[in-house]
Design a protein around this ligand. Structure first.
Ligand SMILES: [Zn+2]
Length: 167
C-alpha cells in the first residue's frame, strides 16, 4: 500500500470512533498520532532493510507483531501516564493496521505471511526491488521525520518524566 493509503487506513477508523463517541472530529494531536502510526513501520523498516541492510526485507521489524505490539504497549503506557491515551491509541491503531494493509490480499485469502511473526519465523531476504528508485528519497524523508519525532519525544519525556526529589 502507498503511504497515503496507510495514513487513510489509520485515520478513517480513528475519525469514525472519535466522531461517533464525541460528535466531533479528532484533535490535531490525534490526527498527527494516527498519521505517524500509519506510516511508522515503513519509516523505520524500509531504510533499515534497503539502505542499511540490517533487516532481511522491508516488511519485518515494526511490521512484525512481536515488535509492533510491545512498541504499542509502551506508547499506550506512556499515553496513559501522561493523560494522552487517545493519541497513543491512535498511533497504535496506525502501527497495527499498517502490516494488515500491506498483507491484506494474503490475509483475505487465509494466508498468514511469516513476516507478521518475524523473528519467530524466517522470511526471505528481499532488498530493494520495486523500491530502488525511492530508497534514497524515502531514507532521507524517514530520517527527517523520525529525527523530528525523536526530538519532540525527548522534550516531552523531559517534561513528563521527572526524577523523584531526594531528601
Ligand atoms: Zn509497510
Amino acid at each position: 500500500m502507498s503511504p497515503l493509503s496507510h495514513v487513510l487506513a489509520a485515520l478513517v477508523p480513528v475519525a469514525v470512533y472519535v466522531a461517533s463517541r464525541d460528535r466531533r472530529l479528532p484533535s490535531r494531536r490525534v490526527v498527527g498520532a494516527a498519521t505517524l502510526g500509519g506510516v511508522f513501520p515503513d519509516l523505520v523498516d524500509k531504510p533499515l532493510a534497503h539502505s542499511m541492510f540490517l533487516l532481511p526485507n522491508g516488511r519485518v521489524g515494526v511490521h512484525s507483531l512481536p515488535v509492533a505490539l510491545p512498541l504499542v504497549a509502551v506508547v499506550l503506557a506512556y499515553g496513559w501516564r501522561t493523560g494522552r491515551v487517545r493519541a497513543a491509541a491512535a498511533f497504535g491503531v496506525g502501527v497495527v493496521l499498517h502490516p494488515a494493509g500491506d498483507w491484506h490480499a494474503h490475509l483475505l485469502y487465509g494466508s498468514f505471511p511469516p513476516h507478521l511473526v518475524w523473528p519467530l519465523a524466517s522470511v526471505p531476504v528481499k532488498h530493494v526491488p520495486g523500491w530502488s528508485a525511492y530508497v534514497p528519497a524515502w531514507t532521507a524523508f524517514a530520517t527527517a521525520v523520525l529525527g523530528a519525532t525523536a526530538l519532540v519525544m525527548l522534550r516531552d519525556l523531559r517534561r513528563h518524566v521527572r526524577p523523584k526529589a531526594s531528601g
